[in-house]
Write a protein that binds this ligand. Structure first.
Ligand code: AMP
Ligand code: GLY
Length: 417
């Protein structure tokens, strides 16, 4: 199988790494990719947002499967362009990707499907926003309606800050605050059959102790020793399958990866958000534990044959990933700094620990930072304690001037707290 992956983050590196280990994959291509992905796939300098260019590349390569990693190309209709060229694609249509592209649309689908979520108002004027903020009280949750790379959400007890964020956005969703731990649960679907993956937990805030601003995600781990073993089945029945059924009923069937961001509240499971693609950095830990070769699973979703797929096989290992981010992330990051220690990790820590690249590129012989999240250092172990130790040992070998990372990824879960 010839596979083309679209995107350039650590999620795409994780996808490419798994695909490179899959015996069914005979050729692996990525556009545009990054310095790490270049080690396992052939890179093509094609704009991920340009559907016609992606479809032309897939046709030229004779790709049997195209996997669209990030949300922006999906919302721009890149999967539709590839599908129109007659090539199987893993990823939803532009219309179905609105499940992520518009929080108001997602709320409407959830209402139609009877999926439990936070009560909310969609507001377009400062007066409406103020009324909604008053109705719910603190802590306030204010979300930009459109795509914002995980940075459009403000959760605060400061009413002025909540109002200011609402004013800065054209359309906002204001909703009730959900307490309790968060879980990311991914499901692969062909629009009818839904196959859940293993749950993971993401660390969204920039700083240790869940302080600082929201980011795209600073680390993740899987499995979740503290979670109810029935959680996946419950979410399949109450969230994932009803949502996929509702999307089909509306004439916008959703195929690809349905990502449910969940809060486990004292009143039960609630959906915080849907995404229309693999999560980053959760994918790094979920795929680290998936034993079933990946390409056939994603092709079955693209082909509409998921019902025929045998059950997925999972490793009992635990996995942890720690994101190394540039100076000033999630603000405008500093880029162009050399990254050191990559060879040492490969020599000393493989195969249990490895470095997945996000914002990196080659500058001559050097690998330099090229984005906010730069690396996703991933490790497996027999439990979370061992996986953490291995991940942080590898993190300590990496040099990147001014960089930041959290030191508490999976720390509580590892000690059963
Ligand atoms: P989202 O982009 O919707 O995933 O939101 C980003 C982060 O904001 C989530 O992962 C939560 O940590 C937080 N958040 C979003 N909605 C809520 C809510 N209703 N209650 C509490 N926290 C929330
Ligand atoms: N880790 C959060 C996301 O992928 O949206």
């Amino acid at each position: 199988m010839k596979v083309l992956v679209i995107g350039s983050g650590a999620r795409e590196h994780a996808l490419c790494r798994s695909l490179s280990l899959d015996p069914d994959v005979t050729a692996l291509h990525c556009a545009p990719g990054n310095a790490g992905i270049a080690e396992v796939a052939e890179l093509h300098p094609v704009d991920a947002l340009d559907g016609a260019a992606v479809a032309a590349l897939a046709t030229e390569l004779g790709a049997d499967l195209v996997i669209v990693g990030p949300e922006a190309p999906l919302v721009a209709g890149v999967a539709d362009a590839v599908r129109a060229a007659g090539i199987p694609v893993f990823g939803p249509s532009k219309e179905a990707a609105q499940l992520e592209g518009s929080k108001a649309f997602a709320k409407d689908v959830m209402a139609g499907a009877g999926v439990p979520t936070a009560r909310s108002y969609v507001c377009t004027t400062p007066e409406e926003a103020e009324e909604a903020l008053d109705a719910f009280g603190a802590p306030y949750v204010v979300k930009d309606d459109g795509l914002a790379a995980g940075k459009g959400v403000v959760v605060t007890s400061d009413l002025d800050a909540a109002k200011a964020h609402a004013r800065a956005c054209e359309r906002v969703v204001i909703e009730e605050f959900l307490d309790g731990p968060e879980v990311s649960l991914f499901a692969i679907t062909d629009g009818v059959t839904v196959v859940p993956l293993q749950p993971a937990q993401d660390f969204k805030r920039a700083l240790d102790g869940d302080e600082g601003p929201n980011t795209g995600g600073m680390g993740a781990y899987s499995p979740l020793p503290w979670a109810d073993p029935k959680l996946v089945e419950e979410v399949l029945q109450t969230v994932l399958q009803p949502t996929v059924d509702e999307m089909r009923r509306r004439g916008t069937p959703f195929s690809g990866l349905l990502y449910a961001g969940l809060a486990i509240t004292s009143r039960g499971v609630r959906v915080i958000e849907f995404n229309a693609r693999f999560g980053d950095p959760e994918t790094q830990v979920v795929l680290a534990r998936l034993r079933t070769p990946l390409a056939g699973v994603l092709l079955a979703a693209a082909d509409g044959t998921l019902a025929d797929l045998p059950s997925l096989r999972w490793s009992d290992d635990s996995a942890v990933t720690v994101v190394i981010a540039s100076h000033n992330y999630p603000g405008t990051p500093r880029t162009g700094d050399p990254i050191t220690g990559l060879d040492e990790v490969a020599a000393e820590d493989a195969p249990h620990a490895y470095v997945l690249h996000a914002g990196t590129k080659h500058d001559g012989d050097a690998v330099v930072s090229a984005g906010g999240r730069v690396l996703s250092v991933t490790a497996t172990g027999s439990d979370l304690v061992q996986a953490r130790e291995r991940a942080y040992t590898a993190v300590d070998r990496i040099g990147l001037d001014g960089s930041q990372h959290r030191t508490d990824i999976a720390a509580k879960a590892a000690v059963g707290a």
